[in-house]
Design a protein around this ligand. Structure first.
Ligand code: HEM
Length: 208
């Protein structure tokens, strides 16, 4: 019975990493914050668009579709961090063993970064202490400590997600043979470079 429960929990943990959390991360970088790459005026359209929704509805959607799955994924993730699986097939080769460890380290870093990021942006917005704008983000990014926290925190989130796509496909039996797994691993590392490159350009644009 507890084996079965463990199986479903692991599957739910795995799925929640891709959808909705990973899907939200993709949207947050490529569909929301990327607007800053076209200038501060274009970026202003994003908070303007979200302000057309009733605040309570937006908060309910965030709690239901982002924060609850993220809290579940984090809580179960911390449990998994404590379980070192020396026989895990993902650790079979040299790079795989590194990525396995980095997946856990990046999850923990992501947890603290997301906590800080949400507290200093969304929660301050809901408390009425901040308006999300270029000026607001610029003031943060010119502080070297905050900028460094973003460089590292976003790196952890993007690595954790893109490497997670690779492990997700193994968990769900999508990539079965070693050749398919190696090919997808290369594709995921390339996607990591593209996604983090975009995120870096966004952070630099807020800093400028
Ligand atoms: C940006 C937020 C996050 C995203 C997009 C995300 C996404 C993912 C994905 C896609 C996987 C792969 C699932 C699989 O191998 O089947 C995964 C695994 C994992 N995540 Fe997250 N995650 C996030 C935050 C966190 C946090 C805050 C923790 C807390 C420690 C965490 C801990 C883990 C662990 C330990 C694994 C490996 C599980 C295993 O090997 O069975 N994740 N995550």
């Amino acid at each position: 019975m507890s084996d079965r429960r463990g199986f479903y929990l692991r599957r739910l943990h795995s799925l929640s990493g891709i959808f909705p959390i990973g899907a939200y991360l993709v949207a947050h970088i490529f569909l929301e914050n990327s607007f800053i790459l076209a200038g501060a005026e274009r970026f202003a359209l994003v908070p303007q668009f979200f302000s057309t929704f009733p605040g309570a509805l937006l908060l309910a959607v965030e709690v239901l579709f982002i924060w609850t799955p993220l809290l579940f994924h984090s809580a179960y993730g911390f449990l998994r961090v404590g379980q070192a699986e020396l026989e895990n097939p993902l650790r079979n080769d040299y790079l795989g063993a590194y990525l396995y460890t980095l997946q856990r380290v990046s999850g923990v870093l992501a947890f603290f970064f997301i906590g800080y990021h949400v507290w200093s942006t969304r929660i301050q917005y809901y408390l009425g202490n901040a308006e999300i704008s270029y000026a607001f983000m610029h003031a943060k990014m010119i502080d070297p400590l905050v900028f460094a926290a973003y460089l590292i925190g976003v790196l952890a989130c993007v690595f954790h997600f893109t490497n997670g796509i690779w492990t997700f496909c193994i968990t769900w039996g999508i990539t079965v043979g070693p050749r398919a797994q190696r090919t997808l691993r290369a594709a995921c590392l390339a996607f990591f470079a593209f996604m983090y490159g975009t995120a870096l350009a966004i952070l630099m644009a807020f800093r400028a």
